[in-house]
Write a protein that binds this ligand. Structure first.
Ligand SMILES: Nc1ncnc2c1ncn2[C@@H]1O[C@H](COP(=O)(O)OP(=O)(O)OP(=O)(O)O)[C@@H](O)[C@H]1O
Length: 266
């Protein structure tokens, strides 16, 4: 798909630091409506910090963050609350409340909707649970009764609870076996296409980049070093980018993607 709609996330001059450790400095990034952007980078380059900063869970030291046209840093509380209802976040392992059932977890974001009928909230939650491919009965289960893959799906259902325009996913396939990871990739791809979602996806998983992402942003040297398609990444002359996109794992991911494409073409 074309990755050039209207920008829904615009970062300019972003700076994040913890004490004397500067994680981001002068970071610029645009994310366009309807695209799936994969964010990659070496360990500790600040991928999760970036996600948390955009999603309003962390305050940057400097820079501007516009999401869906609103300046997150200067907006008043009402505007920020309204904005937060237009995105969903899925953390690694789902980050579910262990004392709540899956259905109750999915209902949590709906508590912000005034006068929402409890029966309707339940129906909406069940709809989200089925959208992510969980069996109906999973709604009554507690997170500890689910597999890791099911917990991730439940986390995704909760991120989708309010029909968001943007979804932030932090390493969605980490810890899944290859088949589970491939299934999850297909789920993300399918939902992003059918719902027109913009997806900001932090990952280490080359298969995910191939299967799901329209564009890739590489974090290095405290900023977004480069953005582009997988094809673009292959010609970037930077040590980390070269070793990541040309290493043995990259070769295996390219082979797998080509095999999948051949299967689709038949
Ligand atoms: N709340 C915090 N307080 C202090 N330092 C932090 C905090 N959160 C993150 N950091 C530091 O910021 C840096 C970036 O962390 P982050 O988790 O974003 O990296 P990452 O790129 O997601 O890494 P990985 O690929 O290993 O998950 C790390 O050095 C980390 O220790």
């Amino acid at each position: 798909m074309s990755a050039r709609g209207e920008p829904v996330i615009e970062l300019r001059g972003l700076r994040n630091q913890f004490g004397t450790q500067v994680v981001h400095d002068g970071l610029d990034l645009d994310v366009y409506r309807g695209e799936v952007l994969g964010v990659v980078g070496g360990s500790g380059t600040g991928k999760s910090v970036l996600l948390r900063t955009i999603a309003g869970l962390q305050t940057p030291a400097a820079g501007s963050i516009r999401v869906l046209g609103t300046d997150v840093r200067t907006a008043d509380l009402a505007a920020r609350t309204a904005l937060q209802m237009r995105w969903g976040v899925m953390f690694q392992d789902g980050a579910l409340f262990s004392s709540l059932t899956v259905r109750e977890n999915v209902e949590v974001p709906m508590r912000g909707i005034p006068d929402l009928d409890p029966g309707l909230a339940r129906e909406l939650a069940d709809l989200k649970i089925s959208m992510v491919g969980l069996p109906y009965l999973a709604g009554d289960k507690y997170p500890s009764e689910l597999s890791g893959g099911m917990r991730k799906r439940a986390g995704l259902a909760r991120a989708l609870a309010l029909d968001p325009e943007i979804v932030f996913l932090d390493e969605p396939t980490a810890g899944l076996d290859p088949i589970g990871a491939a299934d999850f990739d297909q789920l993300i791809r399918g939902l992003s296409r059918s719902l027109g979602l913009t997806v900001f996806l932090v990952t280490h998983d080359l298969d995910t980049l191939h299967a799901v992402c329209d564009r890739i942003a590489v974090l290095a040297e405290r900023k977004v070093l480069v953005t582009g398609t997988m094809q673009d990444m292959l010609s970037v002359d930077h040590p980390w980018v070269r070793s990541y996109f040309h290493g043995p794992r990259a070769r295996a991911a390219i082979d797998a993607a080509e095999a999948a494409q051949t299967g689709e073409d038949r």
